[in-house]
Design a protein around this ligand. Structure first.
Ligand SMILES: CC[C@H](C(=O)O)C(=O)SCCNC(=O)CCNC(=O)[C@H](O)C(C)(C)COP(=O)(O)OP(=O)(O)OC[C@H]1O[C@@H](n2cnc3c(N)ncnc32)[C@H](O)[C@@H]1OP(=O)(O)O
Ligand SMILES: [Co+2]
Length: 152
């Protein structure tokens, strides 16, 4: 079910300082900061030859990173993002196997403009897992190979 490692999320207290470290000390290709208020984060993607690093700092009082940074004030690895071809199919299979999908289970649009979901860290060796759908859905939302309900 899971495919490529799309990115590794790292929560940091100071996004600009972390980005400078990746750019200047580690010599990596560092993108521009982007606010994702609907997710309570500001992110900078670091592009590597085989994957990406998502540097994130809290945005707003309700950021999901706040609790994490209280327990790890200097920052730390926060989540792994795996790619899946069909996020609804992946969710339903995981739920059938007893995994906890965070939130109400509805995929939301993530930093790459694709649907994402998160799985509880307690179910996966203490690692928060993000799933990102990779194949763009056709305009009618249909999925290849899946029977489509008759249109009204
Ligand atoms: C989607 C936009 C972007 C993208 O790439 O597209 C992003 O990736 S945004 C990333 C930020 N968004 C999220 O993380 C959303 C999903 N996260 C959550 O729903 C929460 O952070 C949650 C449920 C993982 C933790 O919530 P909270 O911190 O309030 O709960 P607790 O402090 O009670 O933690 C419960 C338990 O889990 C452990 N924990 C918490 N966070 C992590 C983590 N990142 N990795 C591993 N373990 C984690 C925490 O230590 C607690 O363990 P316990 O033994 O009970 O103390
Ligand atoms: Co992410």
């Amino acid at each position: 079910m899971i495919g490529r490692l799309n990115h590794v999320g790292i929560a940091v207290p100071d996004l600009a300082a972390a980005a400078a470290q990746y750019r200047d000390t580690l010599g990596a290709e560092v993108g521009a900061p982007r606010d994702l208020p609907e997710h309570g984060v500001t992110v900078i993607f670091v592009t590597l030859p085989n994957t990406k690093i998502e540097l994130m700092q809290p945005l707003g009082a309700a950021s999901p990173l706040s609790g994490f940074l209280r327990s790890a004030p200097a920052g730390g690895m926060h989540h792994l993002c795996y790619e899946v071809p069909d996020i609804v199919d992946a969710r339903d299979r995981l739920v059938r196997q007893g995994a906890r999908v965070l939130g109400d289970g509805t995929p939301r649009i993530g930093a790459h403009g694709r649907p994402v979901l998160f799985l509880h860290p307690k179910d996966f060796a203490g690692c928060l897992i993000e799933l990102e759908e990779t194949e763009p859905r056709p305009a009618d939302g249909a999925r290849a190979g899946r029977p489509q309900p008759a249109r009204p």
